[in-house]
Design a binder for this molecule. Structure first.
Ligand SMILES: [Zn+2]
Length: 188
């Protein structure tokens, strides 16, 4: 197969036509999506207008958006660095400053050395400065306030938070927009 489509990706929707996940956004390499369409595992919702993949005898359209045939139930949100940053919207939970992930760190609200656990309810995103300032103390001891009590987000909550975090245009293909921002546009 001769291919000139580079690293095109395919947006993957659940059977309800909502993205399978927002954090991170559910995308597949287009080849995986293409195979899934051929194998009848997913429905091809949209193709890339201007792209054809050629085999010896045929030309095929490349899927831009596919949807699962069966609704996939949402599981608990994995406790990962990225998901924690999404929950806290890449914002230091002490000063409210929004930062790139490389400039953020994690703070154990109750320090590890004092029995604090590594869990959704005891870790927050923090800037370096406030992480250092707080050191081995509780917020109360340090005279610092959390802007929000840490919580374990449901998949739906995390999706909602991810939608509010800016994604760069480059991350999103225009054919995906209808599926990503359709309802928010309607709300004005
Ligand atoms: Zn801070």
């Amino acid at each position: 197969m001769t291919v000139s489509v580079g690293n095109l990706r395919t947006l993957v929707l659940n059977a309800d036509m909502q993205p399978l996940s927002w954090a991170p956004l559910s995308v597949w390499n287009w080849r995986d999506a293409f195979v899934a369409v051929i194998q009848n595992r997913v429905i091809q919702v949209k193709t890339y207008d201007d792209v054809l993949v050629r085999s010896v005898n045929e030309a095929f359209e490349v899927p831009a958006v596919v949807a699962l045939k069966r609704y996939r139930k949402r599981k608990r949100v994995a406790f990962t660095r990225y998901n924690l940053f999404v929950r806290d919207q890449f914002t230091c939970q002490y000063c409210g400053e929004r930062l790139a992930s490389k400039d953020l760190t994690f703070d154990h609200v109750v320090p590890k050395s004092r029995g604090g656990r590594s869990s959704w309810t005891n870790i927050v995103a923090s800037c370096q400065k406030h992480n250092l300032m707080k050191a081995n103390r509780t917020p109360r001891e340090a005279g610092m306030r959390l802007i929000r009590k840490p919580f374990e987000p449901s998949p739906f909550e995390l999706d909602a938070l991810a939608r509010t975090s800016a994604m760069t245009e480059a991350d999103l293909h225009r054919t995906w927009m209808d599926f990503l921002y359709w309802d928010s546009e309607l709300e004005g």
